[in-house]
Design a binder for this molecule. Sequence first.
Ligand code: ADP
Length: 161
Amino acid sequence: MKLAVYPGSFDPVTNGHVDIIERAAQLFDHVIVAVSKNSGKKPLFTLEERVKILNNVLVQYKNVSVDSFEGLTVKYASIKNAQAIIRGLRAISDFENEFQMALTNKKLEPNVETVFMMSRAKWSFLSSSVVKEVASLGGCIEEFVPGLVEKRLKEKFSNQK
Ligand code: ADP
């Protein structure tokens, strides 16, 4: 069975992420969307909230599951017996970091491949941070995120006022 892990913060999941997941699910038998605890950044949504939102948004994809992990992505992929780590590539700015990370991961776990998928042009400008910023300033994010995410973002920012 060809298994892939798609790791990220998903704080929150955007249409750009969903597009990568949908396409990856056509290439692999199973895709685990793995939410990282990401102690470095202060997330807007808790780990539990991010996992719950993803489970809701991805319910129609039968060969996709959602999990969370702490520590090295490549170790997590290896424990899960995944052959690949999926990463989405947007503009050139993603490239340098991703290239460095992929080479480091290959050293740590030679059996796990990193597979890059180009963002669809439509979503190549989209990031969770931009969505959060627009939402926090009261802008319309309907086009960029699943309906549930729009709702949860509105709730978050109305609670903060
Ligand atoms: P991380 O903090 O690990 O970058 P993110 O949740 O921001 O986590 O992103 C997870 C993955 O999804 C990364 O590979 C990122 O490049 C990719 N990604 C993010 N936004 C998009 C998008 N709009 N189109 C395609 N891939 C994306």
